[in-house]
Write a protein that binds this ligand. Structure first.
Ligand SMILES: C[S@@+](CC[C@H](N)C(=O)[O-])C[C@H]1O[C@@H](n2cnc3c(N)ncnc32)[C@H](O)[C@@H]1O
Length: 291
């Protein structure tokens, strides 16, 4: 993301991206064959009341819409993949979780965390404020200890995270889902360096990455969908990493595995609908630090 962020709220600028992803989770939750269950997602869209309506139920997606249906399938696959990533991490004994750019992610509420787990959520203060207002209105209770870290990831988020109680002596399960395209290349390198510095042996990381994020935003289908939602891609997206995060993590001693959305689609048996879009060029990376 570039520039100052004074002029946005949950229905514009970066806020609308978090809201759109939540809407996709709501759509998948409404499907009989949905992969994820997020009972909180629709309430965010309702509370935000965006000027251009965003569907929160599969039934609300017009039959001739070839963007939102496949996009919600894609986002459900990625959510499910990272849900399973956290499940494996806690099964391996990890009890410290950091969700970078958590947005309206409600995993702290909707996943079954072992007792003793603490989930740290980092995002822009205004996103987290909105999120907590809605969740409080629903009377939602987290299923883990939950610590909010309202900070810009371009600022000193490490100090903010430590201030919230994060302990780098303990192994951590990290997640960067739907984040890298917003950060310039050097910020991504700094982010991975910080994750590495803060990670004890046995730590894990989950990352969504696009080799060519700019191509995603230049894709006519993505541009049209973004325009419909009032998302100014030119102003928001910094283009993502030019170098592969998995290769960089490997060079630091992480064992990584990378899958495409098509591999996830096969594994979870949810076809993507044959739509050609750069959005389907994402790579889903997980890594474990073995030192
Ligand atoms: C597409 S949303 C994804 C949110 C969440 N990870 C999910 O999948 O639901 C992108 C999120 O990145 C956050 N974000 C982008 N740049 C950021 C920055 N510099 N500092 C903190 N958060 C940032 C936005 O506020 C937004 O919540």
């Amino acid at each position: 993301m570039t520039g100052e962020q004074q002029d946005w709220d949950i229905v514009s600028g970066v806020g609308i991206t978090a809201l759109s992803v939540a809407a996709a989770r709501a759509v998948d939750t409404s499907r009989a064959d949905g992969l994820i269950r997020d009972p909180f997602a629709a309430a965010f869209v309702e509370a935000a009341s965006p000027p251009r309506p965003i569907p929160t139920r599969a039934d609300d997606i017009p039959a001739d819409d070839h963007t939102w249906g496949p996009l919600s399938r894609l986002l459900a696959l990625r959510s499910k993949f990272f849900d399973d990533y956290f499940f494996s991490a806690t099964a391996a004994g990890l009890r410290q979780v950091v969700i970078l750019a958590a947005g309206l992610d409600c995993r702290a509420f909707r996943l079954d965390w072992p007792s003793g787990t603490t989930v740290y959520e980092i995002d822009q203060p205004r996103v987290l404020e909105f999120k907590d207002q809605v969740l409080a209105g629903l009377g939602a209770r987290p299923a883990s200890a939950r610590r909010l870290v309202p900070v810009d990831l371009r600022d000193d988020w490490v100090t903010a995270l430590r201030g919230a109680g994060f302990d780098s002596a303990r192994p951590t399960a990290w997640l960067a889902e739907g984040l890298l395209p917003y950060l310039p290349d050097e910020a991504i390198t700094r982010l991975i360096d910080a994750i590495h510095e803060l990670s004890g042996p046995g730590s894990t990381v989950g990352i969504e990455h696009f080799d060519n994020a700019q191509a995603v935003f230049d894709d006519p289908k993505v541009a049209e969908g973004a325009d419909d939602r009032g998302i100014d891609t030119g102003a928001l997206f910094a283009g993502g990493s030019k170098k592969s995060p998995d290769e960089y993590l490997s060079s630091l001693g992480w064992r990584t595995t990378t899958e495409s959305i098509f591999e996830l689609s096969d594994r979870y048996e949810r076809p993507l609908g044959g739509v050609e879009s750069q959005l389907f060029g994402g790579r889903y990376i997980t890594g474990t630090l073995g030192r």
